[in-house]
Ligand binder design. Sequence first.
Ligand code: HGY
Ligand code: MN
Ligand code: MN
Length: 408
Amino acid sequence: MTMEINGKRLLDHINALGKIGIGTDGRRTRLAASDTNKEGRDQVVAWMKEAGLNVVVDHIGNTFGIWETDANKNEAPMMVGSHIDTVINAGQYDGCLGVLAGIELCQTLQENHVTTKRPLVVGVFTNEEGVRYSPDMMGSLVYAGGLSCKEALASVGTDGTILGDELKRIGYAGTVEPGFLKPYKFLELHIEQGPIMDVEGYDIGAVENLQGIHWQKVTIEGAANHAGTTPTRLRKDAGLAAAKVNVFCRQLVEKSGGVCTIGTMALKPNAVNVIPCEATFTIDLRNPDKAKLDNDDRLLGEYLEQLAKEDGVEITAKHMTCFDPVPFDDGICRKVEAAAKARNLKCRRMVSGAGQDAQMMARICPTAMIFVPSVNGISHNPKEYTPDQACINGANVFLDVVTELANE
Ligand code: HGY
Ligand code: MN
Ligand code: MN
């Protein structure tokens, strides 16, 4: 008899968590280590305890719900997890589905009186989005040993706060060393956040790799001057130079098959009748092919040098992250495909366009992901939507594969 998760409970949790962090402006925002993130964390911890999980928090605020028995406590655990911090004006499924389905699968196993050979652990990783503190996937990167905890705790936010202080303030400066549990394997359930599965009519994605991500912060310094009296030929317009960078990046990735986003931009003095003397912005460059990503990064650097000369401006660029593409575990992907087939669900292999906690966990154990569709591929937007049945389908396949892996 195939086990089924409690769909109503999972959906109720998704919708309840989705209500946390909606401001008076109607926008859902739970930035890492903020008050609304705390509210979400507290609610998830409460659900973990309701599910009989033992909750442990590490020094970077990664929060783990652990279900172990006397019989299995000496085995390396099967770990699942994701994040509940969000971008600004976010959707309600990104990250949350993976965390809540992880708690749900533990409850379903318990209600079916099923124990597994290995303990089960549900992780909520700190600062996956990287909007307030950089880099993104920070908590899982620290957990996997890719960034020192000390350095991460000292990171300065876009609002000038220090992550370590904020984690203390919200009560999530935990007591154990990140990496305290060495997982046997890791599996993350997540929404696709892109259009492929929705357009092609797939129910389940077996995610076999994830594209590389380079973030950099660029500052262009020109000269403030009068918008009316300054002849074009005498301008050192930082705003114009920034616009040229954006156009160049689009042309670059149209050739390489990557994607590029300039998602933040600030001009100084930011006045209608003053030529901008300064433009600061971020560049998010991605490509599934490492060689092409590195080449685009190199070409962009050369362009910035050439532009500085041509426009008579000063340009400085500093990399915030450089994450290579990550291959996931084929064996786990094959189990995802088999579990989908057994449930008559349409499944295809996928590449993750988004960064994920799984890409960091792949550094320390065999790892893969399961995707469910995002309607119209919309994400990082309140219109982000995955139909109820799609969430349930994903959680059931997740239950099947995690149970199998936890009994290996
Ligand atoms: O940036 C990303 O791809 C992820 O949403 N943090
Ligand atoms: Mn996510
Ligand atoms: Mn995201």
